[in-house]
Design a protein around this ligand. Structure first.
Ligand code: 0SF
Length: 444
C-alpha cells in the first residue's frame, strides 16, 4: 500500500491533527529528547598527538556518561508539503568520564595519568520530521537532524593540569565529540520516533478491533502535511474473521474538515455500514428483555397494557415467565445524511414463553409484514424499541472504547457531525502528563 499517489477511492477514514494539537503535543518534546540523550551511548575517544616538548602523547576519554540534562524550550511547526519542524533551544548537558593519557617524559621516564573530567555542553537541536508510508504504516523520518553547539568546555578534576590538555581538547577532541554527539543523539531520536509511530499504529488498530471484528487502518497514501494541519488517510476496510472486505468511491476532500479543533476524524458511512454488517454476522445485534422489563418499559412510556393488542399479549401468560427477543433479520444499512444517521434493518420481535423443562415457545412474533398491527408496531418501535436499543448501545460502545484505554485521554467537547455519505468526529484534547512518561518508562 501507499507507493506513489493516492488511490483515494479506497479511503474510508481520515485523521486530521491541526496546529493547536501540535502545540499541545510539543509540550511532550522535551521528555522525548531527554530520553534520547539518556538512551544514547557515548563511545570512548582515543587518539595520539605529538605535543611540543612532550613528544608523542596517547590519550583517551573513557566511560563518558551523562550526569545531568536540562532543556530550555522547544517549538514545533508544520511546513507545507514537507515536514514537521521541531526546534529545541538551550539543551545543557554535563558529561562525566575519565581522561587517561601517557607519554615518555624526560630521561625516557614513562608518564601515565588518569584524571576525572566533566564536559559542560550547551546546544540547540533542529529536527525536521518527514512522515512517510511504509507498507501501509506511518513512518517518521527524522534523518534531517542537526545539533549546533554554543558551548563545549572541558573541566578536569584534581590538581591543576598542564595547559596542553586544554588545547588538545579544544583543537581535536571537541571536534570528535561533536560528531559523536550528533550521530548518537540523532540516531536515538530516530529510534524513538519510530517506536512512537509503531505504538500509535498498533494502538489505533487495537482501538478499532473487538474479537473477530476489526478495521484495516492501512494508509492509502503518504500522510499530508499542510501549514495548519497534517492528516493521514486510511482504508477503513472491515476485517471479519480475518477476511477483509473493501468498498469503493469514498468522496473525501480536504475541505470537508476544518482546522480550528485539534483533532478530526472523517468516516465514510460505508465504514459504519460494514461494521454494522460484521456485528450482525457476529450475532451481536440481538436484545433479550424479560417480560417484566418489557411491561415496565411500555408503561413508563405511557402505553396502556390493558388495551388492544398489548392486553392480548399480557393476558396469555403470567408475564414473569416470558421474554421478549428482538433481533436483526438482515445486516443493517447505515447511511449518514445532513439530518442524521439512518439505520435500515428488518427486525423481528418475538414474545416467548419460558418453560421449566423445555425450550421457550413463541407466543407472538411481529415482523413488519403484518398490516393489521402496522400502526402499533410503528409506535412500539419509536417509543420503546429505539430508546432501548440506544440505551444499550451507548454503554456497550463506551465500555468497549474504555477497555482500549480511551478514558486515558482527556477529550474536550467532542462533536459528532453527519453529512451526506460521511460522519465527522471533531474534538480537542489535553495530553495526559503521565501517559508519555509511563510509555517512555516501558522503553528501556
Ligand atoms: C484511534 C484513532 C484512529 C487511528 C487510525 O489509524 C492511525 C494510524 C497511524 N496514525 C494515526 N494517526 C491519527 C491518530 C490521531 C489521534 C490518535 C491516534 O492514535 C491514538 F493516540 F489514539 C492511539 F491509538 F495511539 C492516531 C496519526 C497520523 O495521523 C499521523 F499523524 F501520524 F499522520 N492513526 C485510524 C482511524 C482512527 Cl479512528
Amino acid at each position: 500500500a501507499c507507493k506513489g499517489q493516492s488511490s483515494s477511492s479506497q479511503t474510508g477514514i481520515v485523521c486530521r491533527i491541526t496546529r493547536p494539537a501540535i502545540l499541545v503535543l510539543n509540550q511532550e518534546t522535551t521528555q522525548m529528547i531527554q530520553k534520547a540523550f539518556q538512551r544514547a551511548t557515548y563511545p570512548d575517544i582515543k587518539g595520539e598527538r605529538v605535543i611540543l616538548f612532550l613528544g608523542k602523547v596517547n590519550y583517551g576519554l573513557y566511560n563518558i556518561q551523562i550526569s545531568n540534562l536540562s532543556i530550555f524550550s522547544s517549538q514545533a511547526e508544520l511546513k507545507k508539503d514537507k515536514s514537521i519542524d521541531i526546534a529545541i533551544q538551550n539543551v545543557s548537558v554535563i558529561f562525566k568520564g575519565t581522561l587517561q593519557y601517557d607519554y615518555n617524559g624526560r630521561w625516557l621516564l614513562e608518564v601515565h595519568r588518569s584524571v576525572d573530567f566533566e564536559i559542560d555542553a550547551s546546544l540547540d537541536l533542529q529536527i525536521n520530521t518527514q512522515l512517510n508510508c511504509n507498507a501501509g504504516r506511518v513512518q517518521a523520518d527524522t534523518s534531517d537532524c542537526s545539533l549546533s553547539f554554543h558551548k563545549l568546555l572541558l573541566r578536569l578534576h584534581g590538581e591543576k593540569q598542564p595547559g596542553w590538555i586544554e588545547k588538545l581538547f579544544t583543537d581535536f577532541i571537541s571536534f570528535t565529540l561533536k560528531l559523536i554527539l550528533k550521530g548518537q543523539v540523532c540516531k536515538e531520536i530516530s529510534v524513538l520516533a519510530n517506536i512512537m509511530a509503531n505504538f500509535v499504529q498498533d494502538k489505533a488498530a487495537n482501538f478499532l478491533t473487538d474479537g473477530d471484528i476489526g478495521v484495516d487502518i492501512s494508509l492509502t497514501r503518504t500522510p499530508v502535511i499542510k501549514g495548519s494541519y497534517l492528516e493521514s488517510h486510511h482504508k477503513g476496510f472491515l476485517t471479519y474473521k480475518n477476511q477483509s472486505s473493501s468498498f469503493q468511491d469514498s468522496t473525501y476532500t480536504p475541505n470537508l474538515l476544518g482546522d480550528s479543533r485539534m483533532l478530526y476524524f472523517w468516516f465514510s458511512d460505508k465504514v459504519l455500514s460494514s461494521l454494522a454488517k460484521a456485528a450482525f454476522l457476529d450475532k451481536r445485534l440481538m436484545l433479550t428483555l424479560t417480560g417484566d422489563e418489557f411491561k415496565a418499559l411500555l408503561e413508563n412510556k405511557g402505553l396502556d397494557t390493558t388495551q388492544g393488542i398489548l392486553q392480548k399479549i399480557f393476558q396469555i401468560s403470567s408475564i414473569s415467565d416470558s421474554q421478549v427477543v428482538v433481533q436483526s433479520l438482515t445486516a443493517p444499512l447505515i447511511t449518514c445524511t445532513l439530518e442524521g444517521t439512518v439505520v435500515k434493518s428488518s427486525v423481528s420481535v418475538e414474545i416467548q414463553l419460558l418453560h421449566q423443562d423445555q425450550a421457550p415457545t413463541v407466543a407472538f412474533s411481529f415482523e413488519e409484514s403484518q398490516e393489521s398491527i402496522q400502526d402499533f408496531l410503528k409506535i412500539l418501535t419509536t417509543m420503546v424499541g429505539m430508546p432501548v436499543i440506544i440505551s444499550r448501545l451507548e454503554p456497550a460502545l463506551t465500555t468497549l472504547l474504555n477497555s482500549k484505554g480511551l478514558d486515558l485521554f482527556d477529550i474536550i467537547n467532542p462533536e459528532v457531525l453527519t453529512k451526506q455519505g460521511y460522519l465527522v468526529l471533531q474534538m480537542d484534547f489535553g495530553f495526559p502528563q503521565h501517559l508519555l512518561q509511563d510509555f517512555l518508562q516501558t522503553i528501556i
